[in-house]
Design a protein around this ligand. Structure first.
Ligand code: ZN
Length: 348
């Protein structure tokens, strides 16, 4: 039986800007479903601790960290055009990062096989000196830096399937071959980064893989991309740890994007990544990023959690899914990803 951790803390609800799509109900509605179907009892609670300033500083500037703490303590407000801070946001954000660090500790100590971090605010847009796109601190980036410095990991795979490009994570590791960053995202779309030719720099050339997907790509296209690109590259890279930036705004019913993934589809992508993790393979940590339709986010997270636990749960979407198929545009984009990265990964 797999030991699957669940990172959560009620203080994740403290980040609560008024009338904001990235809202506390994203977590409370998910936990209601997890309780109702009995999966929460199957998971091992992971108690988050606040990340320290030194841990945050591995990714973020000291002045940004200090500014955010003061801004939140003063009541917050509009940080950028798309990012709002409330009283309590700083505490939530520090604990969101810390929850991921606690999960890394449990995974690398061998006490867990995999884990799901139900944290907020999300992180993958946050850059060194800038919170943006609902994100304050980059949870997965700090977790990867922590796994490097604390445990000496030399190869970490980050897979980002949020509908938006993980610009902050890409930037953090663009010249670091110790982290292989893969992002599949809608393009063109916010934040306007993540182009095919952005493939890493210096000795890390080839260690950033962007798959900008056309609107309308669904389960089949994503699964082909994973089978033809992500899994072969990961097999060759042999990561010590797999971190998923699990943003479910690529769900067909999410109003922040135009992709057509289903809830069971997220489960199948999770299973594919878990196929890398059998036996003495790496541990896997899935960290919540986006996902804003409160009627379907809990179901898609249940599909992910079910895959992690290795048991079947009812993950049929509460609204009818579109007919899945592989468009010519999606097929061409997968081929383009393979061609672009063949110089670095010859088997593609
Ligand atoms: Zn997103």
């Amino acid at each position: 039986m797999r030991r699957t951790g669940l990172v959560y803390h009620p203080d994740y609800l403290l980040h609560a800007p008024d009338n904001w799509p990235e809202c506390p109900q994203r977590l409370t509605r998910t936990l209601e479903l997890f309780d109702r179907v009995g999966i929460r009892q199957r998971m091992v609670p992971v108690a988050p601790r606040p990340a320290t300033a030194a841990e945050l500083a591995a990714v973020h500037g000291d002045d940004y960290i200090a500014f955010l703490e003061q801004f939140s303590a003063d009541g917050g407000g509009q940080l950028t055009v798309d990012t709002v801070v409330s009283t309590g946001s700083y505490e939530a954000a520090v604990l969101a990062v810390g929850g991921c660090l606690s999960a890394v500790d449990e995974l690398l100590a061998g006490r867990l096989d995999n884990a799901l971090a139900l944290v907020r605010p999300p992180g993958h847009h946050a850059e060194r000196h800038a919170g943006t796109g609902f994100c304050l601190f980059n949870n997965v980036a700090v977790a990867a830096r922590y796994a490097q410095s604390r445990y000496g990991l030399r190869r970490i795979l980050i897979v980002d399937w949020d509908v938006h490009h993980g610009n902050g994570t890409e930037r953090a590791f663009y010249d670091d071959p110790g982290v292989l960053f893969f992002s599949v995202h809608e393009s063109p779309a916010y934040p306007g980064t993540g182009w095919l030719s952005d493939a890493g720099a210096g000795e890390a050339e080839g260690y950033t893989i962007n798959a900008p997907f056309p609107a309308g790509a669904g389960d089949l296209a994503y699964q082909r991309l994973f089978d033809e690109v992500v899994l072969p590259v990961a097999d060759d890279y042999r990561p010590d740890l797999v971190i998923v930036s699990a943003g479910q705004d690529s769900h067909f019913a999410d109003y922040m994007g135009n992709m057509e993934l289903t809830s069971p589809g997220f489960g199948r992508l999770t299973e594919r990544l878990l196929s890398l993790c059998s036996g003495t393979g790496p541990r896997l940590l899935a960290v919540l990023e986006g996902g804003y339709n409160l009627d379907v986010l809990p179901t898609s997270l249940l599909a992910i959690a079910g895959a992690l636990v290795g048991e079947e749960y009812p993950t049929v979407d509460p609204v009818p899914a579109p007919v899945d198929g592989m468009s010519d545009a999606a097929r061409q984009r997968i081929d383009a990803v393979r061609t672009t990265h063949r110089p670095y990964w010859p088997f593609l």
